[in-house]
Design a protein around this ligand. Sequence first.
Ligand code: FAD
Ligand code: FES
Ligand code: FES
Length: 1432
Amino acid sequence: MEDTLVFYLNKQRIAIQNPRTDVNLATWIRQEAHLTGLKIACAEGGCGACTVMLSYHDPMHNSKIVHKAVAACLIPLCSVDGMVVTTIEGLGSQRAGLHVLQETFVKNHATQCGMCTPGMIIELYAACLNNQFGPCLKALSEIEECFDGNLCRCTGYTSIRDSVREIVLGSSQNLPETDEVTPDLCKRSLLAKITPPDVPAELEARHRLQLCFATPTGRWIRPTSLAEVLALRAAHPGAPLVAGNSEVGLLVNHGQQPAVQIAVTHVGELHGIEVDAARGQVTIRPGTTIAELQEFALGQLRASHQDKAALKYTRAQTMFNMTKYFASHNVRNVATVGGNVCNGSPVSDMLPMLMSFDTLAECTSKVGEEVVRRTVPLREWMKGYRKTALAPTEVLTALRFDFPGPQSHLPAAEGAPIEFCWAQKQTRRREDDIALVSGAMRLRMQRQGAGWVVREARLCFGSMSFMTLSAPRTEECLVGRDLADPATLEAVLASLRDEIRLASDAPGGMIRYRRVMALTFFYKFYCALAQRLGIRVPLFGGRAELRPEEELYLSEPERPQPSQTHFDIRTDTATVGQPLPILSGTVQATGEAKYVSDVAMPYDGTYGVLFSTKAHAKVLRIDATAALAVPGVVTLATREDVRGANCIGTAVHDEECFVPVGGLTPHVGAPLGVLVARTEEIARRAVKLVDYEEVPGAVYTIDEGIAAGKFIEQPFVQQRGDVEKGMAESAHLVEGVVYEGGQIHFAFEPNITIASPGEGDAMEILTATQNVSLSQRLVAHVCGCRISDVVVRTRRLGGAFGSKETRAAWLACACAVAARKVGSPVRLTVSREEDMLTVGHRSPFKIHYKIGFMADGRLHAAEFKVFQNVGCSMDCSFGILKRAVNHCDGVYYVPHIRATGRMVFANRPTNTAFRGFGGPEAMLAMECAMYAVAERAGIDQAQLRLMNAYRPGQLTHYHQLLETAPFVPMFERLIRDTHYADRKAAIERFNAEHAFIKRGIGMVGLKYGCSFESFFMNQGQSLVHLQQDGTVQVCHGGTEMGQGLHLKIAQIAAEAFGVPLDRVAVVQETCTLQCANTQPTAASSGTDLNGMAVLQACEAIKARLEPIMKEAPGKTLADYAKMAYMRRIDLSAHGSARPPQPAAPARPSPPQPAPARPSPPQPAPARPSPPQPAPARPSPPQPAPARPSPPQPSPPQPAPAQPAPARPPFYYATPELGEAGVSPSGEPTQRLFSYFAFGASMTEVEVDTLTGDYRVLQADLIEDVGRSINPAIDLGQIEGAYLQGLGLYTMEEPVWHPSGRLITNSPSWYKIPGWTDQPHALRVTLLPNSANPKAVYSSKAIGEPPLFLASSAVMALMDAINAARKQRGLEAQAPYWTPLTCERIRMLCAGDPCVAAIDEAYARQAQEQLAAGKGPAAAGEAIPPTFELPNQ
Ligand SMILES: Cc1cc2nc3c(=O)[nH]c(=O)nc-3n(C[C@H](O)[C@H](O)[C@H](O)COP(=O)(O)OP(=O)(O)OC[C@H]3O[C@@H](n4cnc5c(N)ncnc54)[C@H](O)[C@@H]3O)c2cc1C
Ligand code: FES
Ligand code: FES
C-alpha cells in the first residue's frame, strides 16, 4: 500500500509520507503550507470562508477532469491524494498580476473586511469552469446557486452579485430578457477567459492506488474495492467509513479523531445510480453525492417531456426539491446519501423522503470468508438517537426503491393507481440550514367514480423526535378513505396530532409551531392534491382554488433585479466624492491581506482559554496537574498571575480578568485562566480542570431581572411636556410591549490577540480591536505597569460591528498576563463558538409604549419604558441605554413625551456595542407604536407617518432643535417614486386572489443622532507628515474593518493638499505610538473625528507652506516641501483642536403645524417609467497614469464649512456639544448630537402563511449621507446594513438553554442572511442636496444608521400577517417582538385547521390537568406558548 500523499497545491507538487490523519485541508494549508489567503471562520462547513477548488480525474466518472468547490475545513488532508488544490494564491497576486475574477471583485467594491473574499472568488472560479459553455442566463442561474454556502457579513451581497454578473454577462446591469446565446453577449462575457488549472497526468494513476497513512495517533486507509472495505470493516468494527466527511470531519475538528478511518471515496461498487426501467426500480449506491442525486433527479425531469406542473408530485421532483435545499453547494459536492442515512441524524433530510419511498437498505458484511447481504426496510432503520439497524461490521451497499419515472398520471382511468409524492423542509434560512421540521409524504390512490380512494399512505417526519418518524396509525387511518370526503382531512389532522407529539421540553423548542407544521405539511399536500384531482376544498376568504405557486413552496424566487442606486457625484471637489475602491481591496482579493491570525508567531506559545461552564457557581478548585502533564502544555495563567488589578471594565471596573478560586462565575463562558501550550490543539485538549459548586439565584432574562429587582444604576429619563396631561387630553390611547431579542455579531474574524513581552515592563499587543487605547489602558492596569509601557497595534479587522469595541480588551489583558508569565509571545484566539458566547451580543430590549393620539391621528402624548438586558457587567451599556432613550421618538413629533430607561442585570456574558447601539431598538418600538395607532385609527400606515413626522424647527424630547428634518419630503418621495398607492392596491388584489400567500408593505423613517453621547469621546487624532517628495503620510486614530475608513481619510488628505490619491499613504496600522488617547472607531464617527483631525493637520502644514508658496509661486508640492525642510519648517502636524463653541443654534421660524389629516397620496396616474438609475454601482474613476508628475498644490483654502483653527493643540474635538436643554426663555441650549443622519425606507414582502416562509420583494431606501466622501463605500455600507438589519429583525435569534448556555453558538444553529435573502429588487438613493456643515467635507456618518431601514420589513410582514388574519376572521395585531421568524409569522397567521387542531389538543390537556388537580405542570406536560418570545 502507498504511504505517501501526493497532490498539487496550486502549481507546487507536494509529497508527504504518512501525513497527519487528524488535520483538515484548511488547517494544513494555513499552518503547514503557510498560505493564509483562505480563512477559517467556522471550521464546520457553514460559512464558505475556507473554500478551495479540487480538480482531479474523477475515478467514478471515467477519469473525467472535474472541478469542485469545497469547504476545506471539512476535507481531510489525506483525502486530496491525486488532486490539484487551488487556493486564492493560485489565481493571481500583486506581483504576478490580478486574475480577472479578482479584478472584477475589486472594481465592483465586492470586498469590505475581506474575510469572505478569497472564498467567494474561488467559489466563482469553480462555478465558471463548470458553466463556461451554453446559454448565459442559464449559466448565471447555475453560477449564482453555487453561493448558497458562502456568507458575507459586510456587503449585503449586492456588489458580489454584480461582480458575478459582470463576469458571466459582461455587465451587471443589462440582463438579457431571453436566454439566447447572442454573439454580443458572448463577446462581453468573461467566462471564456477563465482557464482551469493544469491537472498533471501523473495524478490520474494515483486514483487507482490503495493508500495507508499511519501516524502515532491514527490510520487513514483508502481501499479501492468493496471486498477490501468489508475486510477492513470486519477488522475494525465501527471504524468510520469516510465518504463526504461532512459528519466525521466535524468530530475530528473537535479533537475526536478515530483510530482508523476508512475512506470509501474510491470504491466503484459503492458509487452511482442505476435505473432498472423494466422493473421500475432505482438503486442508489451510498457513495452517491447529494449533488449527483440532484443532478439525477433533474436529468429525469428534463428527460420527461411532460410540462413542469404535471411533474410536480413525482418522486423525481421530490428528490430534486429535497436535494436543492440540502446544506450548501460546497457540502452537496462531497456529502453522500449513504453518509446521511448511516449517520441516522434526527434532522436528516434524506431519511424522511427515502422512508416515504419504501426504500430498502442493503447491508453487506463479511462473516469469515463469506459475504453476507441482508435487506432492511428503511422504515425500520432507526433504532434510537443516531442508532441505526446497521451493525458495526456492516457496510451500506445500496438503497433501492420503486421508481415509476417522472410521468404524470392524470387524467387517470377508473381504478388505475396513481401516486403523489411530496416533501418539504422548513428552516430559519431558506438555504444551508437544518430543518426545524421536515415532512415527506406519498399517497397511492385509485379513482372510484367521483372519489379518490387511498390505497397506500406514507407520512414521515424529520426533526420531530430524537429520530426520523413515520406515522403508521395515521397512514392506516388514511387507507380506504376517499380524499373527496370532507371528513378525511379532519380525521387525518386529528390522528396526526395525536400521533406526532412533542414534549414541551423537547430539544429545539418551538414546540407548538413544530407540531402545527407536521399537520400543516399534510394540509398543504392535501390542498394541492385536491386541486389536482378536482376536489373542492373550502379555503380561506371564500377561495376554493389554490394558485399554482401556493401549492408547494412560496413561488420560486425570480432572479434578483440589477442593483439600482441613485446619487449625485460632487463637482466641488476633486478626490473627495469619487467612488474609489477601498485601499486594500487588491490584497484582500488576492489573499495577501494579513489579519492578526495570519501573522506567524516568532516561536512557541499558542494558547487555550479556560472558560467557565457554569453560569452561577463557586469555583472550588482549578487543578492543572493533569493538564500540565500533557506534552506541549507550558503553563496555566490565572488570577494568581495578575500583577496589577484583576478588575477591569470599560465605564467602570466591574469585571474580572480571571474569576479566582473561591469566586463566583457570573455567566457561562467567564474567563478562569489561560492554558498556554505549544499548539492550540494541545491547549484545547488539556483544558478541563475546574470543580464548581452551583449557587442558586441566577437570572437570565429581563423579566427575571425585573422580578428580582436586579437593576444597575438609576433610571435614565428624558422628557418634554406634561405626559400625564397629554394622555388625559388624548382622544385615544394605545399601549403595547415590544420584545426585541439580541443579535450575535458574527464578524468573520473571531477576537484574537498576540502579546509579546519586551524588556522590563514593555509589552507589545497586536490585536484586532476597534479601540487600541482601551486595550492599552487595561493591559497596563492588569500588568501593573505604566500605560506608556504598553504599545497596541491593529492593522485590519476581519469585521467587527461592535464586537471588538470593548470586548477585545479582555482578551488582550488575559493574553498579556499569560505572556508575562511565560516570558515569550502568546497568541490567544477564541474559536467561533467561544467568540459567539463570550463576546456578548446586542442587548435584548423590552420596551413598553403608551401613545395618546387625537381623532385625526395626530400624536399627542407618548410614554416609553425601556428595559435593557446588559448581561453581567456594565461595559458600554449605559451609552446604549442613553441612545435608546434618546431615540424613542423615532422621526415623529409628540408634544408630550417621556422615555425612561433601566439597565437590567443578567447572568449572561456582558452585552456590548452592536451597529446602531440602542438606536434601532428604540426606533423600532416607536414604529411598532405607530403601527398600532394606524390600526386603531383606521389610517393608512404611510399617511400616519407622514402626518406625524418632525418638521424643521421642532424640538426633540431631549430639547435639541432639529434645524433640518427632511422626513416629509423623504416620505413623499418614497410614496411617489415607489408607486405606493398602486402597489398597495395591487397587494390587496393579490391577497384576495391567494389563500395561503400574502403580501404586505411597510414604511419607516430614520433619525440617528451622530456623535458619542459621552461628550469627552468626541475627539479625533491624527499625525500627518509631508515628505520631501511631496507625498503625504497619514496616521490617525481610527481602525479599518472594511468600512473604507482609510480610503476616506486618504481622499480627505489628497483633497486638502490638492494631490492625486496615489500621493497619499495612509499608514495601514493603528498604533498607540502614532496616535495616543484615541477613541473607539465606533458610533459611525470614524471619518467625522479622524477625518476632521487629518484635515486640520493638513491645513496646519499648508498654512506653514503658505509664505513659501507666495514667495515662489508655480512650483510643485515636492519643491515646497524641500524648501520648507531646508528652512527648518516642521512638515509634520497633529490634528488641531477646536475649542467648544457653546453658542446655541439659532431657532428657525416655527414650523407650520402638520395638516390635521393630509389627503391620501394620489395614486400615480400610470406607473411611470422607473427613474433612470445612475450607473448602478459607481465605477471607480480611471486609474491615474502610472506615476503622474506631482501636481501643483492647490492654494491653501479653508476646507468647506470649517472655521479656521483657533489654537494649535493636538486633536479634533467636536464643537458645540453638551447636554441638550432649554434656557429659561424656552430656547434650546446645547446639542446632544452634533447632527443627525436621516433616512426612510419602504419594503414589500411575500409570506407563506402556512409555513412562515417569507421573501423581500422590493426595498427602497433613502439615506442621507450628507455630501458623500465616497458614494461607493456609502452604498456598500447601506446595502450591508440593510441585510444585517433584516437578519436582526427576521432571522437571527440567540437561543439560550435554561442553564445559561448559548445554544446558537455556531453557524449551524445561528443563521445570518445568505445570498438569496437579499431583496428581489433593492433600490438605494443617497438623499440629494444634503449638506452638513458639522462634519468633514460636508459628509455624514454612514456605518450604523442604515441598519434601521430594514425595520420596514417588520411593518410589511405585519401587513401581510394581518391580511391573512383579517381574511380568516381574526383581529389585526401590532408587531411586538423581533425577530419576526418563520415560527412567529406562521403562528400569528393562524386561523387554519392545523392550528385549530393543536390548540384544541392543548385546551383539552389544560382541562385534564385542571380536573386532575395537578399543580404546576410537570416537565413534558406544560402547555407551550403559541410561539416563543425572544430570549429577552
Ligand atoms: C455545513 C453542513 C450542512 C449540513 N446540512 C445538512 C442538511 O441540510 N440536511 C441534512 O440532512 N444533513 C446536513 N448535514 C449533515 C451531513 O452533511 C449529511 O448527513 C451528509 O449526507 C453526510 O454524508 P457524508 O458522506 O459527508 O458522511 P461522512 O461524514 O463521510 O460519514 C457519516 C457517517 O456515515 C457512515 N457511512 C458513510 N458511508 C457508509 C456506508 N456506505 N456504509 C456504512 N456507513 C457509512 C460513516 O461511517 C459515518 O459514521 C450538513 C452537514 C454540514 C457540515
Ligand atoms: S471555515 Fe470552512 S466553511 Fe467556515
Ligand atoms: S467582506 Fe464579506 S465578510 Fe466582510
